[in-house]
Design a protein around this ligand. Sequence first.
Ligand code: AMP
Length: 243
Amino acid sequence: MANQGVLQAWLYGKAVECTEPKPAKAYHLVLLGAPGVGKGTQAEYLTKKLGAVQLSTGDVFRAAKGTDESALSPAMQEAMKAMKAGLLVSDDTVIDLVRERTACLTSGYGFMLDGFPRTVHQAEALEGMLSGLGIKLDAVLNYTLPIDEVVKRLSGRRTCKQCKGTAHVVFNPPKQEGVCDKCGGELFQREDDQPASIRVRLQAYDESTSPLAAYYEKQGLLVNVNAEGTPEEIFAQTEKLLA
Ligand code: AMP
C-alpha cells in the first residue's frame, strides 16, 4: 500500500518503519505527567487505538545508554550523566534531538510526544517547530496522581531488558519473579527508579514541568486525566475526554 512503510518512527528510542495504513485522523498530542504516572503505558494504548507515532525522549536517551560511550557526541555523554542522576538533560540537547526527528512530526500518522516538552523553554521551541510545519496540537493530556502513589509505583516498577515492557512487584507482579510475562526476558530496576533518583526526578518534575500545565491551560489545550486506577480504566477515561 502506498501509505505503508514510508516513515521512520521511533519505538523505544530506535528508528523503525511504520507498516500500518495511515489513520483517518492524525492526532497531534503531548502527554504530560510526573514519572511513574503511567504515561508510557497510556501512550502504548493510544498508539494502538489512534495509530499515532510515539516519540519518547526518555526512550531515545535510554537507547543511547547502551551505546559505546566513545561513539556518543559530547552533548549525548552529558545527557547520559544527567539521566543517571535523575536530572533533566539540557534543553538544547533535547530540542536538537526532537528536531532531528522532525519526520516523526510530519508523518501523517499523527504523533504522541511522551516526556517532551518538559520545560516551558522546550514547549516554546516545540511551538516554533510545529508552526513552521503548519501543524497544530490537538490536546495536551495531563496525567495526575498524588505524590505518594507516584513513589509507590516507581519504586516497585521493573523493566524488561529485552522488550522494555514493565511489571510491578505489588500491583502487577510477573508470574515468575524477575522474568517478563510477555517475552521471558530478564526484569530489572531502572537506575533512575532507585529511591534516591526518584526523589530528584520528582523534584525536577515539580520545578520544571509543572509550569507547563499552566502554559498549555492558557492555550486551551490542557486535558487533565486522573491517573488513579488500572491502565484500562485510565485509558477509557482518556478516550472519553478525547472524544
Ligand atoms: P523519562 O523516561 O521520560 O522519565 O525520561 C528519563 C530521563 O531522560 C529523565 O529523567 C531525563 O534525565 C531525560 N529526559 C527525557 N526527556 C527529557 C526532556 N524532555 N528534557 C530533559 N530531560 C529529559
